[in-house]
Design a protein around this ligand. Structure first.
Ligand code: PMP
Length: 381
């Protein structure tokens, strides 16, 4: 056979897989990959079992169970004042990842340009490239990682098709502000630019701050795919279920692809989540739940030589280790796992060029004992 030409020649195994495997190998506390280590709500498990016992085990409708889409519509209107028609503007997906891939596939043609901000979650660039698109990335700088909108303006060309935003942000834990939204609105006004807004951490915003969803702003909402994840909302990342919101003309294109990527998403979990969301506390209580963990972890890190960066949202805490060593972040992360027993993510992994700011990312969606044990080890560094 002729030699296979890779469609993603630069892509290897993701850092999340590498660090989780290393954590397991060396028995390190795994604060690397973003997933909870505590049990999910037993009531939710009961709802899934009930759905299965009630015989909801066959294909769900292509766009998702209507009762779940209605609950999402209700939640979105309540939180952001936006009305999405469950019939035509909400689709249940196999996690945020599939929603992102499908949204990019439905819009990007060869040579279209997509602006992303780095550090960036790892699934954006490969999806753009697979569609023949061109990634235009703008690097943001610590400690604040603010978007320099005048630089974004310079990146825009007549081939710019999409801007990808992520707030709350993984890995930097920053959130978009109203002033960012104003800049964005001014930038895209009268331009044929779509927005992919990765809002999987929408409920994890701290200190009483507001999540600036694209759904709040009609002129942005009209050109946006908004991506959300029940993995985060239900503390169940392994369920791989989420959704996409988009105005009907965009959702129509999204579904053309969605139906051939997964057709539909597993049925019993959709029944369970539709019922579960009727209790608004399950999402309204999330900021306080995670803020307590954030504060506890930050108090612990204060006792170490790591320097805390701000954390406004998401379940990640970044730290700078300049006072400890000048090793590369990947080397230091490996040493930290092997010698001190704590696995983290080196943030250079979120930059195409591997930009190393000597910053590590910890996930604090963990039991208090796990965080305490990790801090005890980090104090020794
Ligand atoms: N976007 C961001 C920023 C994420 O951190 C994640 C999950 N780590 C996803 C998307 C994917 O979400 P899901 O697990 O629902 O596919």
């Amino acid at each position: 056979m002729r030699l296979l030409t890779s469609k993603l020649p630069q892509t290897g195994t993701t850092i999340f897989t590498v660090m989780s495997a290393l954590a397991a190998d060396v028995g390190a506390i795994n604060l690397s990959q973003g997933f909870p280590d505590y049990e999910i709500d037993p009531h939710l498990i009961e709802l899934v079992s009930q759905a299965m016992k009630n015989g909801h085990n066959q294909y769900a409708p292509m766009a998702g169970l209507i009762s779940l889409r209605e609950q999402i519509g209700y939640k979105t209107e309540k939180l952001y004042g936006a009305i999405y028609n469950p019939e035509t503007e909400i689709t249940i997906t196999a996690g945020g990842t599939q929603a992102i891939f499908t949204a990019i596939s439905s819009i990007i043609h060869p040579n279209d340009e997509v602006i992303i901000f780095e550090p960036a979650y790892d699934c954006y660039a490969p999806a753009i490239k697979l569609m023949g698109g061109v990634v235009k990335s703008l690097e943001l700088a610590p400690p604040d990682y603010r978007i320099a909108w005048d630089m974004v303006r310079k990146l825009i060309s007549n081939r710019t098709k999409m801007i990808i935003l992520n707030s709350p942000h993984n890995p930097t834990a920053t959130i978009l502000t109203k002033s960012d939204v104003d800049e964005l609105s001014a930038l895209v006004k009268d331009q044929d630019i779509y927005i992919l807004s990765d809002e999987v951490y929408e409920h994890l915003v701290f200190d009483g701050q507001k999540h600036e969803s694209m759904a709040r702003y009609p002129e942005l909402q009209q050109r946006s795919f908004i991506v959300a994840s029940f993995g985060k909302l239900c503390h169940a990342t392994g369920w791989k279920i989420g959704y996409c919101l988009a105005p009907a003309h965009l959702m129509q294109e999204f579904r053309k692809i969605h139906q051939f990527v997964v057709f539909s998403v597993n049925t019993p979990m959709q029944y369970a989540i539709a019922e579960y969301l009727k209790n608004e506390q399950v999402y309204l209580g999330l900021p306080a739940f995670f803020q307590q963990k954030r504060d506890h972890f930050r108090d612990g890190i204060e006792q170490t030589r790591f320097k805390l960066l701000s954390c406004h949202g998401s379940y990640f805490q970044s730290v700078c280790y300049n006072d400890i060593t000048d090793e590369k972040d990947t080397d230091f992360a490996i040493r930290l796992a092997k010698e001190f027993g704590v696995a983290t993510i080196p943030t250079s992994a979120f930059f195409n060029k591997g930009t190393d700011n000597h910053i590590l990312r910890f996930c604090f969606a963990k039991r208090q004992e796990t965080l305490d044990k990790a801090v005890d080890r980090l104090i020794k560094v």
